[in-house]
Design a protein. Sequence first.
Length: 236
Amino acid sequence: MSSTTLRVAVWAVLSLPTFAASIYTVSGTNGNSNPVSAEADFGFANNQLFVSLTNTLADPAAANQLLTGITFTFTGGTYANNVGSVTNLTGTTRNITSSTSWTDTPINTSTANWTATNTGSTFNLFFNGATYSIIGDPGPGPKYDSNSSIVANNGHNPFLAGTPVFTLSVPGVTSTSNLSGVTFFFGTGREFSIAGVPCTSNCGGGGESVTPEPVSYLLAGTGLIGIYFLRRRRAS
């Protein structure tokens, strides 16, 4: 590897955007006494917020256990009203046709009925439709022992499965931003809300990284640097 390539690798690492992260979780029961649980992973960059949402409840019984929104408040900075917007969404959709049969496909829409709004520093990321609410994994079998509000429900199918990652445009956010006051919403009408808590141990169980691309660049750049010094050592 030439010294020019080394300089390129070093530049790639040093010029990466800086990111911070914050993780919140929730576990409890909704108004129908059904259990609910979820995780939200937040990643901050200049004028962007990355939000990974996971419904961590396996084998939900009914649609009132579906994850359908979050609210949160930035703890610093000044934000004009309604400046936030969803610009991209990645992940998997799941169409459940029976308790033991479903089809997973990549998301082919940039928003999937989810919108971002804000009043000052308080932001909402809400599901606004009948389809694309977030469902948890199936139970043992694997199998969904769910009622007709989920299984073969053409009004609610497809769902978002796994850990969808939302990219929000938020003018004013920086890599040093942080947030608090995270509240999770469940049910297709967002009829149940429970306050989340900061994760302090075993965090990041949602699976997806909120900042996948910069991490990939970092690994590639540091790998090139390592190869350069290994070759120099062998040549000496």
